[in-house]
Design a protein around this ligand. Structure first.
Ligand code: AKG
Ligand code: FE2
Length: 245
């Protein structure tokens, strides 16, 4: 696996003989977040049947743990199950005071198959690590954060594949430093408009969402609690840990 790539894979405009790539180009939604950041969403990235097979495998076979993490200086149980898979020899991941054990791709062959699908869909991308999350019910969640750890570099591409229960994924712009940018969004008639500084996606079973460019520097994201979500959701975020920072 090639390592050390920075930046987005970019869905190039060249004609492609890869049917997956062509399908993706047709069915993707690209949201330009401005300032060199964008998000790509493909609702039907994987077929529902295959996705359910993968869901069952992941639910049963992944050695899920629910670690203690530190948030604002206090120790608490992470409100979701997690597991981490990474290629050998990479710098270790550490977030919220927690350093997950890195399992090998060889331990979970279906993860290699999903990774292959993601690489086919995102030509030029080269992911070498994967953070898995399992949300058992509506009170499981992930709070506002950015995946801006140094080991991913300044413009990480993060590909997120979802299985099972649909959950909302929110993106919110970080507060800007200049006062001009802080002004609330309004029309020329002074009417308030819906802020372009927030975006919301309902992440479907078998969907792919990709964050690119400066999204981790300028935006935060979350999967909030939802009382109505009664079933299990599993999310995989593929990332590229840089070998030379
Ligand atoms: O579950 C999701 O959709 C997002 C997970 C996430 O943001 C993360 O693992 O960093
Ligand atoms: Fe994240």
């Amino acid at each position: 696996m090639s390592l050390g790539r920075i930046g987005g894979s970019g869905f190039t405009n060249t004609t492609s003989s890869n049917p997956n790539e062509a399908h993706l180009k047709k069915n993707r939604t690209v949201i330009d977040l401005g300032d060199g950041s964008d998000v790509v969403y493909v609702a039907r990235f994987l077929s529902p049947d295959r996705s359910w097979e993968w869901f069952d495998y992941l639910d049963k076979r992944i050695p899920w743990t629910r670690p203690s993490i530190r948030v604002f200086g206090r120790s608490c149980l992470q409100p979701r199950d997690t597991c981490y898979v990474a290629s050998e020899g990479l710098p270790e991941l550490r977030y919220s005071g927690y350093q997950p054990h890195a399992y090998s791709w060889d331990d979970f062959p279906p993860l290699k198959a999903i990774l292959e699908e993601v690489h086919e869909g995102l030509p030029g991308s080269s992911f070498n690590s994967l953070l898995l999350n399992r949300y058992k019910c509506g009170s499981d969640c992930v709070g506002w954060h950015a995946d801006d750890e140094k080991l991913y570099g300044p413009t990480p591409e993060i590909a997120s594949v979802s299985f099972g229960c649909e959950r909302e994924f929110l993106l919110r712009k970080k507060p800007s430093k200049t006062s001009q940018e802080k002004a609330p969004a309004s029309t020329s008639k002074g009417l308030k408009t819906k802020s372009p500084n927030q975006h919301q996606f309902m992440l479907k079973h078998g969907s792919l969402l990709v964050m690119r460019g400066y999204t981790q520097r300028d935006w935060v994201h979350s999967v909030p609690k939802r009382a109505k979500a009664k079933a299990v959701r599993i999310n995989l975020t593929f990332r590229c840990v840089l070998t030379e920072i």
